[in-house]
Design a protein around this ligand. Structure first.
Ligand SMILES: O=C(O)CCC(=O)C(=O)O
Ligand SMILES: [Fe+2]
Length: 338
């Protein structure tokens, strides 16, 4: 990744900013509750953060710190290997999970390398994104490491806790959304953003919205994640908070909530001095789930704003654009707007 390869260059309007305005920080929410009134307060903070930002951070989240440190160590060891070694567990159009260093976001290459692994190994998925094709297949993990499995299970617990709090914040019962995750496609990504000689031209991950329900992200102390502020479209840095998790809502929650909450655009800036690591857990429904605005949240005045769609097909469609440069934009939730 040494030379200035034009494949990495962002269009001028999407290049990272060199100067940031002083901005109000993304809310930090303390999840440790000891009473019903504490829970109510947390639910209200989460609801407000979901409406205002689509992003928040959580502390006292219950994921053991030593496990997080262990997976960070394993991740660094993995990326320290030669490209030849890493390519032994490469993912491609047939193998959905594994290593890759050539992913694209919106047809521009990202300055990053990734390693993906499933929470549930194996996981059932549609064989293709074509709606007529009913064939299913299984996704499986490569390079299984015990610590990866343990970490994913702990973050899954946090994801359910957040799902329940979000559900309450929408005025629903705590477990209203849980059944959609019975055979979930959730996976963890180990992101490495190497130092970049032209950080003013490239991005670690180009602007995008996460397609799933929720993302539970651990970042190191380098910084680089930027969120598009809903009020004015400014890019705001998410300053690292030690041991916190960053939570953002994905397209599925936007649709379920019928736009009460939105999946907000974000991107990752890189830098020329230090590499950065981050670990998102993408909390994704089961492949057969039909995503549509929840019946409880629509009525005659507030009619459904989205057509229903099949989650597995949506995911398969997104995956198919990760490596190939397409002549068209890849699938976006706005394509399902009524
Ligand atoms: O590395 C980060 O901070 C965010 C990564 C991200 O947005 C993603 O992988 O979807
Ligand atoms: Fe993302």
């Amino acid at each position: 990744m040494g030379e200035v390869d034009p494949a990495f260059i962002q269009a001028i309007e999407h290049r990272p900013k060199l100067k940031f305005i002083e901005a109000e920080a993304i809310p930090v929410i303390n999840l440790s509750v000891s009473s019903l009134s504490d829970t109510k307060e947390v639910v209200s903070q989460i609801g407000n953060a979901c409406k205002k930002w689509g992003f928040f951070q959580v502390i006292n989240h219950g994921v053991p710190l030593d496990l997080r440190e262990k997976i960070e160590k394993v991740m660094k060891q993995f990326y320290d290997q030669s490209l030849e070694e890493k390519n032994k567990v490469k993912k491609d159009e047939d193998k959905a999970m594994g290593y890759h260093d050539g992913e694209l976001t919106k047809n521009v290459r990202d300055w990053k390398e990734v390693f993906d692994f499933l929470l549930h190994n194996p996981t059932v998925m549609p064989a293709s994104h074509e709606l007529y094709d009913q064939e299913l297949l299984t996704w499986t993990n490569q390079w299984p490491q015990k610590v990866c499995e343990e970490y994913a299970k702990e973050v899954e617990k946090l994801a359910y806790k957040l799902l329940e709090l979000i559900s309450l914040s929408l005025g629903l019962s705590a477990n209203r959304l849980n059944d959609y995750f019975k055979d979930q496609n959730s996976f963890v990504r180990l992101n490495h953003y190497p130092t970049c000689p032209f950080p003013d031209l490239a991005l670690g991950v180009g602007r995008h919205k996460d397609g799933g329900a929720l993302t539970v992200l651990s970042q190191d102390d380098i910084g680089g994640l930027e969120v598009k502020r809903k009020s004015d479209g400014e890019w705001i840095q998410v300053k690292p908070t030690p041991n916190a998790y960053i939570i953002n809502l994905g397209d599925v929650l936007q649709v379920w909530s019928n736009d009460m909450y939105e999946s907000v655009e974000h991107r990752v800036a890189v830098n020329s001095k230090k590499g950065r690591f981050s670990i998102p857990f993408f909390f994704l429904p089961s492949h057969y789930v039909t995503v549509k605005p929840l019946d409880e949240l629509v009525n005659e005045q507030n009619t459904p704003k989205y057509k229903e769609y099949n989650w597995g097909k949506y995911l398969a469609n997104r995956k198919s654009s990760n490596y190939k440069k397409l002549g068209v934009e890849n699938i976006q939730i706005d394509h399902f707007r009524v």
